[in-house]
Write a protein that binds this ligand. Structure first.
Ligand SMILES: Nc1ncnc2c1ncn2[C@@H]1O[C@H](COP(=O)(O)OP(=O)(O)OP(=O)(O)O)[C@@H](O)[C@H]1O
Length: 227
């Protein structure tokens, strides 16, 4: 079942000096439970693609459908809510809120969704236990290792029960052993919850975990192999 459908998506960055076509007519379907790895050289358009999916930036032309709803057909507010409900985000530099505890960081997206207090407690406790972080509930992000921070970020991305998690260089700031643990954790969560993962990375070791391996080059996308 398709969760996200990208059709003829293009992005042009224009300034007074030049125009850069960062994405050229991209087509891609992300299905329920997919584990997709995206490679590509620096400047090829990987972050642009994630930013368009995450709503951090807007496409120049083309369509993104989430659960059969075209983002172009929605108001700004509806678009934000749809993304907030269906997409979880994980970043290279973790992006945790430094003054909130581990527990509060994971609770935060549920506050935005206006989930009740009792339901918040249930869901945050469950995901922190699942990710073996329940002994660290009251720590601040500054008191965690890189791998622990990334586990908190993954818990925060999953607590809203999204259909897809987009991860931008999730191992980029971790040593190789911790990076491997994080990817294997994502794979387990993918199997357990059937949530799709799209991992944009330079770390070639991640490719062996891919169900679908995608390469972006000069703004065009190709599927390298499907297992
Ligand atoms: N805000 C912007 N204004 C102008 N050009 C931009 C902007 N953001 C990105 N670009 C250009 O768009 C192209 C794609 O950039 P993008 O950041 O998507 O690449 P990337 O594959 O994520 O690279 P990296 O692996 O280095 O992060 C590049 O040529 C880049 O210089």
């Amino acid at each position: 079942m398709a969760i996200i459908k990208i059709e003829n998506l293009s992005k042009i960055y224009s300034s007074q000096i030049e125009e850069v076509q960062a994405l050229k007519n991209i087509n891609l379907t992300i299905n329920k439970g997919d584990f997709i790895v995206v490679n590509g050289p620096s400047g090829s358009g990987k972050s642009t693609l994630l930013n368009l999916l995450a709503g951090i930036d807007e496409a120049s032309s083309g369509e993104i459908e989430i659960n059969k709803t075209s983002l172009n057909s929605l108001s700004d507010r509806e678009r934000t809510e749809l993304r907030r409900d269906k997409i979880g985000l994980v970043f290279q530099y973790f992006e945790l809120v430094p003054v909130l505890t581990v527990w509060e960081n994971v609770e935060y997206p549920l506050l935005l969704q206006k989930v009740s207090k009792s339901e918040r407690k249930k869901r945050v406790d469950k995901i922190l236990k699942e990710l073996a972080l329940d002994k660290m509930n009251n720590r601040l992000p500054g008191q965690l290792s890189g791998g622990q921070k990334q586990r908190v970020a993954i818990a925060r991305a999953l607590v809203t029960e999204p259909e897809v998690v987009l991860a931008d260089e999730p191992t980029g700031n971790l040593d190789s052993e911790t990076g491997k643990t994080i990817i294997e954790l994502m794979l387990n969560l993918n199997n357990e919850y059937d949530v799709a993962f799209v991992i944009v990375t330079h770390d070639l070791f991640i490719n062996r975990y891919a169900q679908k391996l995608i390469e972006i080059k000069d703004g065009t996308l190709s599927v390298k192999e499907v297992s």
